[in-house]
Design a binder for this molecule. Structure first.
Ligand code: C2E
Ligand code: MG
Ligand code: MG
Length: 761
């Protein structure tokens, strides 16, 4: 009877261990998490665990937030603010360096150097923060134009022209009279509300008009560059938009009203007008500021007029002898560590509770900017903005911290932060400078601890939801990678939603994995001949152990390599590893043991495919007769003449060719005749046969056919002992399947080969 069985370590059921003596009974292979990668199983388990959890976590809120977050206005707003990120980072750093220059330790430098550095820093600050409003106007209109247009748009609007029109409207409406007011209007501190109002209204009006045929000039075939036609066609819409904004401006001037920047300042601060400084007022300010941030606006800058007003009342109260906690520094020092939302606390919570490398990298990356109170990397990177999981802590933690600090200061437990400190001074350090006392730092530390602890449960919830959503996305990717659509050129990275996003992330990581490579490796699945009672070959199977997502099925890995146009590099890498392994086994395994390597359809389309294969074989010093290339049925439908030519040349050089997954339905029998084949691998889908059923007839025909054509037939995917006798009766002798062994690492695979290498009867 059958002599081949999976090896087991003595006293150990793990088949990755050493081989044992053969028995006469087939022993079905057991599960081995180590030796075989089964991404779908953990995915399913995670999904089950998380499904209940997600349900409980008010899925309605999550869905509503998702819809809100996808609203083009908010998406464009987020993107506009995100576009200012590089400027904000550079500006904040320059601001921080400028602040350092006023410390006495800097005096070791020559005064001229200090002056030059100061000048450089203020130029950088003016050129970055000083222009944030412009970036927001241009970025918003551009992003909105991109978002509202589709590929099949009948009336496309060039997004750059939307930016130009919105910027012009901004200058028309805002146009202050003095240079100082210009600076205000363009900067991030006071100009942002007006910039947003103009950006939103001008962009929507312009896009509304530009996408209507009655407002477009029809100039088909105008000029060599299609852009010329595009730009002329939106001319009427652009002119009308500009005229509307000019009329608004003229009305304001004629009626003697305040300019937009000033008018908006008054509107925003109106609810706080005359409010006495109190815990309630502080709470209301933080609540509104955080809510604006959460929606994507710059809460601090938009509420600058409110803060000014609060400070005026606080100063008046203090002059009248009423104790007050409020100073300019109260909020930045005590309730916004590392930027609004107390993002420093969130970073610490992420570093403590989230193991996902990408999230940890983001947290580490955000740490430095957070120390100088810039929180945009985390706000937009995580993201925090419009993220339903973080809405509660993002709004409430700074509020709790402000109230704690208010009580501690009023109660005399902590000093008032009454010294001016630049806003980019690092956390804790700024606490000392602003209060002149270590007690200020202690209060900050206490607040930091409270904030971090309060963020922790939300970090854990976010992690679980992310795992569930990744698992779902991975299932979609697996299904897509195994579908015929991928064979017809549909790309995983073009999929919509989370799956497409995941594909993009994986595709980029695959490029790195291919370069560094210890996460990209091969397992080997023995192929057995029951007549000769031995292992006659092994199939090399690609494994990618991703640092975040675990084992990625080879179908996904290969499809992603196709998407990124490095199928040939990945294929060459696999071939090289397999050949190297077979060469390393040379002195241990039977001399004719064959190593099979899968070839993807795109690899075969490469005109130099055969030369590359032979080069690798030569470099790895492996006899071509010991290598079998497995092409799939779909592969064989690829550009036939050239592929067949390459396969013929390879076969002439001694390389064996197998047709994989035969019977899945793509192959025309014609190809069986055309392709230079040695082996037919009968697909696992045909192995579930019962006496007299269709599969049995198909297999019988395939076996007869392969015999007629002089091909070797290998049955894939044999799992159950009951399946074997039927195949043996049908005339099959060569098998590959879990019944004998799962794919194994090279060491255990060698043990298996050695334990099952004999020809003895
Ligand atoms: P394949 O070439 O048909 O490889 C056999 C697949 O069936 C392997 O899955 C193997 O683990 C699995 N298998 C073997 N015996 C059994 C069994 O008894 N039951 C079940 N349920 N499955 C069994 P794997 O490793 O996930 O590979 C899937 C496919 O991915 C391969 O199918 C092959 O088409 C492709 N692939 C794997 N490695 C590579 C590679 O390096 N390059 C290319 N282009 N494709 C690869
Ligand atoms: Mg194969
Ligand atoms: Mg197969």
């Amino acid at each position: 009877m059958l002599l081949v069985q999976p090896p087991t370590k003595s006293g150990d059921s793990d088949e990755t261990g050493g081989a044992t003596a053969m028995t006469n009974e087939p022993i079905a292979d057991r599960d081995s998490a180590q030796s075989e990668t089964q991404p779908a199983a953990p995915v399913a388990a995670t999904l089950r665990d998380e499904a209940f959890f997600i349900h409980r976590l008010s899925s309605k809120l999550v869905a509503a937030m998702g819809r809100l977050a996808a609203w083009p206005l908010l998406v464009a707003l987020r993107r506009a603010l995100l576009l200012s990120l590089p400027m904000v980072l550079v500006g904040a750093f320059a601001h921080f360096v400028n602040a350092l220059l006023s410390f006495s330790f800097v005096e070791v430098l020559h005064p001229e150097v200090i002056d030059a550095l100061r000048a450089l820093c203020s130029t950088l600050v003016d050129g970055t923060f000083g222009l944030v409003s412009l970036v927001v106007v241009a970025g918003f209109s551009y992003s909105l134009a991109v978002l509202v247009s589709t590929r099949a748009d009948r009336y496309p609007v060039n997004p750059a022209s939307a930016s130009v029109v919105a910027l012009a409207c901004f200058f028309i409406v805002v146009a202050p009279e003095t240079l100082e007011r210009w600076k205000d209007a363009l900067s991030s501190s006071r100009g942002l509300p007006a910039a947003l109002v103009v950006a939103i209204s001008a962009s929507y009006l312009f896009l509304f008009l530009a996408r209507r045929p009655q407002f477009r000039l029809r100039l088909r075939g105008f000029g060599a560059d299609p852009l010329v036609g595009d730009l002329f066609s939106i001319l009427p819409a652009g002119m009308i938009t500009l005229l509307v904004f000019a009329a608004v401006r003229q009305a304001q001037v004629s009626l003697g009203g305040a300019d937009l920047t000033t008018a908006l300042s008054s509107v925003i601060s109106a609810p706080f007008a005359g409010a006495e400084p109190s815990a309630m007022v502080a709470a209301a300010y933080v609540l509104v500021r955080q809510s604006i941030w959460f929606l994507g606006g710059h809460g601090g800058n938009m509420l600058a007029p409110v803060l000014e007003q609060m400070m005026a009342s606080a100063n008046a109260a203090s002059a009248a002898g009423v104790p007050t906690a409020f100073t300019w520094n109260f909020f930045p020092i005590y309730s916004a560590y590392g930027g609004s939302g107390s993002t420093l606390c969130l970073i610490l919570a992420l570093l403590y509770a989230d193991r996902e490398p990408a999230i940890r990298r983001l947290a580490w990356l955000s740490l430095l900017p957070a120390f100088i109170n810039v929180n945009e990397p985390l706000l937009f990177g995580l993201p925090l903005i419009l993220n339903p999981i973080y809405v509660v802590p993002f709004i409430l933690i700074p509020l709790v911290q402000a109230l704690i600090a208010y009580a501690a200061t009023i109660g005399g437990l902590a000093p008032v932060a009454d010294q001016m400190v630049p806003w980019t001074m690092p956390a804790l350090f700024n606490g000392y400078l602003a209060t002149g006392s270590p007690a200020g730092v202690v209060l900050q530390l206490a607040s930091l601890a409270v904030g971090t602890v309060l963020y922790l449960p939300f970090v854990r919830v976010a992690r679980r939801l992310r795992t569930a959503s990744n698992a779902e996305a991975m299932r979609t990717l697996i299904a897509a990678s195994e579908s015929t659509e991928v064979m017809h050129g549909h790309r995983l990275i073009d999929l919509h939603g989370t799956a497409g996003h995941l594909a993009g992330v994986l595709a980029r990581d695959l490029t790195d994995a291919l370069a560094s490579s210890d996460r990209l490796f091969l397992q080997y699945q023995p192929q057995v001949c029951i007549e000769e009672r031995r292992v006659f070959g092994v199939e090399a199977l690609l494994r990618w152990n991703h640092e975040t997502y675990g084992f990625i099925p080879p179908s996904v890995t290969v499809a992603l390599a196709d998407d990124m146009h490095f199928a040939d590099q990945l294929g060459e890498h696999v071939l090289r590893l397999a050949c190297r392994q077979r060469a390393a086994w040379a002195s241990s395994v039977p001399g004719d043991l064959i190593v099979s390597v899968n070839v993807s359809p795109l690899q075969l389309q490469d005109a130099s495919f055969d030369r590359k294969v032979l080069r690798v074989l030569a470099e790895e010093k492996l006899d071509p007769h010991l290598v079998e290339l497995e092409i799939t049925e779909s592969t064989s439908l690829a550009p036939a003449a050239q592929a067949i030519g390459a396969l013929l040349r390879l076969r002439k050089a001694g390389v064996r060719i197998a047709l994989d997954d035969f019977g899945m339905g793509h192959t025309s029998l014609h190809y069986l005749r055309e392709l230079p084949l040695d082996t037919l691998k009968i697909d696992r889908s045909l192995t579930f046969t019962s006496q007299g059923d269709l599969n049995e007839h198909v297999i019988r025909s395939i076996v007869t056919l392969s015999r007629t054509l002089g091909l070797r037939a290998v049955v894939e995917g044999i799992e159950q002992p009951e399946q074997l006798p039927r195949f043996i009766d049908l005339g099959c002798a060569r098998f590959q399947g879990y019944l004998f062994s799962r794919p194994l690492e090279s060491g255990p695979c060698l043990d298996y080969i050695l334990a099952n290498a004999g020809i003895a009867a």
